[in-house]
Design a binder for this molecule. Sequence first.
Ligand SMILES: Cc1ncc(COP(=O)(O)O)c(C=O)c1O
Length: 330
Amino acid sequence: MKELSRIASAIAPSSTLAINALANQLRSEGVDVKNFGVGEPDFNTPDNIKEAGIRAIQENKTRYTPAAGVLALREAVCKKLKDEFGLDYEPSQIAIASGAKHNVYIAFAVLLNPGDEVILPAPYWVTYAEAIKMFGGVPVVVPTTEETEFKLTPDMLKAAITPRTKLLLLNNPSNPTGAVYTREELIALKDIIVENDIYVMSDEIYRALTYGVKFTSLATLGEDIKELTILINGVSKAYAMTGWRVGLAAANPTIAKLMSNYLSHSTGAPGTMCQYAAIEALNSPRDECEKMRDAFDERRRYFVDRVNRMEGVSCCEPKGAFYIFMNIKE
Ligand SMILES: Cc1ncc(COP(=O)(O)O)c(C=O)c1O
């Protein structure tokens, strides 16, 4: 048999999805399993959002949409970014894809040439490294430690930059550590990014889930950094919509256009009815999101307390997302 793609053959399958599949299998066999694998809210999608999806089907919103997403959704994204952060984006700067994971993938497709280095602070969400490799990119893993709450420091960033550096990956709030960067920390990183003229992917998918800290979106720190930022977000985590598969990227017009071109020859936009459900999500009051956030917060506080009272393990307090990164050194 002829050799299959070397790139595809070298890609590791998603370990979190594998853990999830195994947990589901054990559960179906009657085993009592607590699944701490995949990052998925256990809430149902709020009713108004589900109804918007159903309505879209009934109104025959079931045809192709523009590859980068239906205009009304891109407008809703722009409005959200403006209302929440004061960020100005045009709908032509927004690319809707089939989940934020897909946006991450498409963004790498657009940004990377073989051999380009991507600075990847560790620990990191498993998809990043594999997706970088899918386009011949080289993940430059920069380990962080509990001492800096697993955040990348300016010195770590400076030390990792080489002439081949194309992009920094910043996941804020972070999966899996729950770290949230302060405005001051982001400003310090921003200065280095701009000085070295590298791009930055700011994956802010957990932006709606922060606890007692103020969230700063990287692109708000100035036109220079906004120009270099590919902002990633989506509806999966904030609105309990993991299965609807709607994610978004906001970027400078050139990058957004290339993302749209790439989408036009690969998946096209997500399911039309899912896009309409996402419009409802973005336009709905924050009450349902807040209820879910409060529940995550309560669980977070329980876990942090409980884990830190266990012998041999500990964890620092996550300020965002819904993960606990345990120290099992002992
Ligand atoms: C950091 C991070 N980015 C992106 C995603 C992808 O989310 P989506 O469901 O929109 O593809 C996840 C999901 O686990 C994630 O943890």
